[in-house]
Design a protein around this ligand. Structure first.
Ligand SMILES: Cc1cc2nc3c(=O)[nH]c(=O)nc-3n(C[C@H](O)[C@H](O)[C@H](O)COP(=O)(O)OP(=O)(O)OC[C@H]3O[C@@H](n4cnc5c(N)ncnc54)[C@H](O)[C@@H]3O)c2cc1C
Length: 617
């Protein structure tokens, strides 16, 4: 099955996405317009991204002392992507958008991630501009966001610092009011920023004429002290090159200096930077912080102290984007190893009379263990794609549904976002490992693409909140919030699917479907019980000691739900339906039973890891 046929099936046969055109916002759309967008993206991904995936890995970004050097292919891919209109696809018509549903936008962007995840298709730029549309002033939207949607400028998110990654409350970047009239600037209250931002993706390059940094920093009070914790964090828009109130470039370079590039294990097509803000390398306008123009000029977005809340607007989108990227890398490895397995002859089939050495060799796809590895990849990759598109559909519901269903979509997204980010990051990475395994020794060389997929995918458990941090968020916050409403709602949805499976009466699939429905109902009960038992002592350290095993079990239960949904939509004849039903069966037989071991330690609040003293290691 091709990626396109899987996407078409999930969007139309399963999610019925064309029904969105009954809503006012999407009234001009239909299956035809959705198909046209997918066709365009599939074509650009095939022509401008896929052929250069290895090029950008080998020719990783270099800093020549003046500027960042990237391969020509990156410029060509970016230009084609921007020209397609995808940067503003979901925006209103009156600012040049297509009012495309987010579900279709996500599906269309999946083709780029599959073709070359690290060339990048503008996820940060769109997320940055969307944040400004939600929290910026009218001027900030007009001057910065619209130029990003138009493709003229690119955007970044600058949260992490060398000493503050997971713990953003410890950021040290400071913002001081810029002169007495700092509040009168048309672009927003003007500050001078000083600090170091680490790991900033697309932090410097010449792909666009300007770069719009969104930067977290703390504003000290009159006593020079900052408010501890996340409440002290504010958000600033800091352009690399300064602009006037109409958005025209003033010719002044802002005091944002590239201190160096990070040389990564994978995802090498995207430049990753250490940026120094306000160190005085590019003195700019007036006295600044040192009387000589030091200090990067930044404009406050939202209110002081609300920086992280605003930033979360970008981070939630980014987390679904990361999950989709991990998924696509998983599927890219699946397709490569499937092709390989169909052509590689090795070994002979075992018959009841033993092996016949004179017979022709089997292709490795004929061996049961290779089929196991292929089916595992299919169940991880296509299951994850179903989950990402389901979450994207919830985003559309949140934005365009009636009040009640929009609120339900919001709550479900709260609970599902850690899974949407983390589950594909872990299991589609495992899929890439299996893709290498199917290639044998060849998979461990650079002659085949699968080792690069694994290296690229290894990032996803680290950025946008590590695996451990996502798990703490899920068990420590999301399943408890609003008195557990999100979790209850999810359980209701899963139970609807269970009932649907039990009620359906298609004879030839009935046995498997009933068995899967019961297994899913039991898994859901077990997750509910584990949630209660984890918190039964009321001691957070005990409850959260096994947050990652909890998230793994929660994620596997959600994926089993996805597979039962997909299997129910795949009851017809044909190889594609048979393949999806087999992947569902694989997931229920080989994967879902794993949750028992994960939840045992959660339920017993096992402290083996948490209480071990350092000197025992
Ligand atoms: C290639 C790449 C691109 C990136 N792009 C960006 C970007 O564009 N913008 C940006 O702002 N940042 C970016 N990041 C930074 C990324 O978000 C951080 O690396 C990540 O948040 C982790 O921070 P850290 O590296 O400091 O690790 P640490 O926070 O030091 O974590 C190290 C380990 O300790 C664990 N840990 C930490 N705290 C806890 C805790 N309380 N409980 C349990 N375990 C804990 C973590 O889970 C992890 O396993 C990028 C990183 C990389 C590698």
């Amino acid at each position: 099955m091709t990626l396109r046929s899987t996407v078409d099936f999930l969007l139309h046969d399963w999610l019925q996405v064309s029904t969105l055109s009954q809503r006012e916002r999407f009234a001009d759309h239909s299956r035809d317009t959705f198909d046209a967008v997918l066709d365009t993206c599939e074509r650009i991904a095939r022509d401008k991204f896929a052929p250069f995936n290895r090029t950008v890995d080998i020719e990783e970004p270099q800093f020549d002392g003046e500027q960042v050097v990237l391969p020509q292919a990156t410029y060509d891919a970016r230009e084609a992507y921007a020209a397609s209109g995808m940067l503003s696809a979901a925006q209103d018509y009156d600012i040049g958008g297509m009012q495309l549903p987010y579900t279709v936008e996500s599906a269309a962007n999946a083709f780029f991630a599959c073709a070359s995840v690290s060339i990048g298709a503008g996820m940060l730029t769109v997320g940055n501009a969307n944040l400004l549309m939600a929290h910026g002033t009218e001027k900030q939207k007009e001057v910065f966001a619209l130029r990003e949607f138009a493709g003229d400028w690119a955007g970044t998110m600058c949260l992490s610092e060398p000493q503050a990654g997971s713990s953003l409350s410890d950021i040290a970047t400071r913002a001081m009011p810029d002169g007495d009239a700092f509040e009168a600037d048309p672009l927003g209250p003007r500050y001078r920023l000083k600090g170091n931002k680490m790991w900033i993706s697309t932090g410097d390059h010449e792909l666009t004429e300007n770069i719009v940094h969104l930067v977290l920093a703390k504003i000290p009070g009159p006593d020079g002290k900052t408010i501890p914790g996340v409440k002290g964090i504010s958000l600033f828009v800091v352009p690399k090159k300064l602009v006037d109130a109409q958005g025209a470039m003033t010719g002044e370079r802002n005091d944002v200096a590239l201190a160096g590039l990070n040389h990564k294990c994978g995802w090498r097509g995207t430049v990753n930077t250490l940026l120094n803000f306000g160190e005085g390398k590019y003195p700019v306008r007036g006295a600044g912080l040192d009387g000589k123009g030091a200090g990067a000029i930044g404009y406050l977005v939202g209110k002081p102290g609300e920086g992280l809340r605003c930033m979360f607007h970008m981070m939630n989108e980014a987390r679904i984007g990361v999950g989709m990227a991990a998924t696509m890398l998983g599927l890219a490895g699946y397709y490569a190893s499937l092709d390989y397995a169909k052509t590689r002859p090795q070994g002979r089939p075992m018959t009841s009379a033993g092996k016949d050495a004179a017979s022709p060799q089997a292709r490795i796809i004929e061996h049961a263990d290779v089929k196991r590895m292929l089916l595992a990849q299919k169940s991880y990759g296509e299951g994850a794609l179903a989950l990402e598109l389901y979450c994207a559909r919830l985003v559309d519901e949140q934005h365009t549904g009636d009040a009640e269903s929009a609120n339900q979509a919001r709550l479900l997204l709260e609970v599902l976002t850690p899974i949407a980010k983390s589950w594909p990051s872990e299991w589609c990475l495992e899929a890439n490992s299996l893709a290498i395994q199917i290639h044998g020794g060849y998979g461990y060389t650079r002659d085949y693409p699968v080792e690069q997929y694994w290296r690229d995918n290894r990032l996803n458990m680290i950025h946008e909140g590590t695996h451990g941090i996502q798990a703490l968020d899920l068990l420590g916050r999301k399943v408890l919030m609003e008195e557990g409403k999100g979790l209850w709602l999810l359980a209701d949805r899963i139970n609807v699917t269970v009932q649907k499976a039990l009620d359906a009466d298609n004879a030839h699939e009935n046995v498997a479907r009933t068995e899967h429905a019961h297994a899913l109902a039991q898994a859901l009960q077990r997750v509910g019980r584990a949630t209660k038992m984890a918190w039964s002592s009321g001691v957070p350290n005990e409850a959260l000691a096994n947050a990652v095993p909890y998230m793994q079990a929660f994620g596997h239960t959600v994926l089993a739900w996805m597979w039962l949904e997909v299997a129910l939509a795949s009851e017809g004849e044909g190889a594609a339906n048979a393949g999806r039903r087999a992947a569902a069966q694989f997931f229920f037989h080989y994967e879902l039973p794993k949750i028992g071991a994960w939840l045992n330690v959660v339920e017993s609040r096992d402290m083996t890891c948490a209480q071990l003293s350092e000197d025992a290691f």
